[in-house]
Ligand binder design. Structure first.
Ligand SMILES: NC(=O)c1ccc[n+]([C@@H]2O[C@H](COP(=O)([O-])OP(=O)(O)OC[C@H]3O[C@@H](n4cnc5c(N)ncnc54)[C@H](O)[C@@H]3O)[C@@H](O)[C@H]2O)c1
Length: 440
């Protein structure tokens, strides 16, 4: 098979072997046939919100899936005194249920990839995966800004985890494609009037002789939290390991994920995906829909003029499938895709939900250090070039979330809704000023 899209958006030809499902150059082909175990994917962070549905989706497609997770996300729920709105089952029950329903095995390893290098390396050497999907990071911006301790944990966990994974692959000597989940947030939310390109920017520099030379650089990052800072630094690690060790890497700059269930997780209640609504981990659209269900005014931070990129969880798993099936060729640079469907201003989202449900909107202080208004136009041509058709909010997917929030509304603890974590001591938590009584 021949593909005509490369990581930089220009047109080149990739050879693509049907049996291995990965792009190779001619001389590497024979070596790969003998060393690869086709279709084997390790999902790091596979117990999480994006990782669990991805693991099931890839398993359904016939990949041999192994989940690695240190269950730190579940421990953070205990630390914060919150629970997923949906009653997620233990990882053991999840995997056993999937196996009983489908006959497909998913292995699980409890490894902290930021500290347990030897175990990580041994796993890679034993399993020899074709691809690793890397979700295993502390992913909440508000959590990363809670205190010096949380900043330090986020930096340690995310940067050591990513470095360990990359250096373990080098140490293993195996040719393993890394598909990493980064975030649109690394770009900051100002775009100087241009559409955000997919990772790279062509610039013209004036030499000392006055000549203009063209260079391609990483799009400058402008992280808005410690969490986003770790994702910006991940991007530099990818450039280094790609240059130095020729690792094949795809970095997916994902928008805010919304929705809960996929075709696989909705098959049985024991497979249900997690749904975070609290002020640290809840993502904005899911939070708004949940707030509307329990009669809590939609907490819009400041004016709500902030524009964000969004993607539904069903599209997340499709995009990962495409990334797994389309690794960069052996000597290619880091492949960067923008994994988002559409952008919305937060106030427009709130109004859309208020119109559907009759709920109130409350403009609360913005706990984040960010501009009150921004534009965000994003290119997502690379996934579309691979055949992806993004779904939009208008496609009826909101209903799925509304059904979930209604079914489990009795599990909601409304005291956990406001964003209490502030970016600086001068900022205030995003609490509504009025007393709120949740609906029955
Ligand atoms: N959810 C979103 O809206 C969103 C948006 C953009 C990007 N992303 C990225 O996607 C990835 C997954 O996000 P998510 O929403 O599924 O997060 P999540 O917190 O639900 O899942 C992350 C999983 O990784 C595990 N983990 C964390 N550190 C680990 C470590 N050191 N070793 C082993 N396991 C570890 C956690 O226990 C958890 O199960 C993150 O890297 C995040 O930055 C998510």
């Amino acid at each position: 098979m021949i593909l005509l899209v490369d990581s930089l958006g220009s047109t080149v030809v990739f050879s693509f072997t049907a049996s291995l499902g990965r792009a190779v150059d001619g001389c590497a082909m024979q070596e790969m046939i003998t060393t690869c175990n086709p279709g084997k994917v390790i999902v790091f962070g596979g117990d999480g919100f994006c990782g669990w549905p991805t693991a099931l989706h890839l398993s359904e497609l016939g990949h041999q899936v192994i989940i690695v997770d240190n269950l730190s996300r579940r421990a953070i729920d205990i630390e914060l005194g919150v629970e997923s709105l949906t009653p997620i089952r233990s990882i053991g029950e999840r995997i056993n249920t999937w196996s009983a329903l489908t006959g497909k095995e998913i292995k699980f390893h409890n490894i902290d990839i930021s500290t347990e290098f030897a175990e990580l390396l041994e796993l890679l050497m034993t399993e020899k995966p074709d691809t690793v999907v890397h979700f295993a990071e502390q992913r909440a911006a508000p959590y990363s800004m809670k205190s010096a301790k949380h900043k330090s944990y986020t930096v340690r966990n995310n940067l050591c985890g990513t470095n360990n994974l990359l250096s373990a692959i080098v140490e293993s000597g195996l040719d393993i494609h890394v598909a990493h989940l980064g975030t649109m947030g690394v770009y900051g939310y100002g775009t100087a009037g241009m559409a955000l390109p997919e990772g790279y920017l062509n610039v013209y520099l004036k030499t000392d002789e006055g000549e203009m030379v063209e260079q391609e650089i990483l799009y400058p990052t402008n992280p808005g939290s410690i969490y986003h800072l770790t994702k910006s630094q991940d991007a530099l690690m990818f450039q280094f390991y790609n240059k130095n060790d020729k690792l094949r890497i795809t970095d997916l700059h994902q928008g805010i994920v919304w929705g809960t269930q996929t075709a696989q997780t909705s098959r049985d209640e024991r497979l249900i995906n997690r749904f975070d609504y609290d002020g640290d981990y809840g993502t904005v659209l899911n939070r708004f829909l949940m707030q509307a269900t329990v009669g809590y005014p939609l907490t819009v931070h400041g004016s709500g003029g902030q524009t964000r990129a969004f993607i539904n969880i069903n599209d997340t798993v499709k995009c990962i499938e495409l990334a797994v099936n389309n690794p960069p060729a052996l000597n290619d640079g880091v492949q960067i895709f923008n994994q988002m469907a559409e952008s919305y201003r937060l106030i427009d989202l709130a109004k859309m939900i208020a119109d559907r449900t009759g709920c109130q909107i409350s403009h609360v202080p913005n706990p984040r250090n960010e501009a009150d208004e921004n534009d965000l136009i994003v290119k997502n041509d690379k996934f579309k070039g691979l055949g992806w058709e993004p779904s939009s909010l208008a496609d009826g997917l909101l209903q799925e979330v509304e059904e979930i929030t209604k079914r489990y509304s009795s599990r909601c603890d409304i005291s956990k809704i406001p964003c209490e974590s502030t970016w600086t001591a001068k900022h205030s938590p995003g609490r509504p000023s009025m007393k709120v009584d949740a609906a029955e």
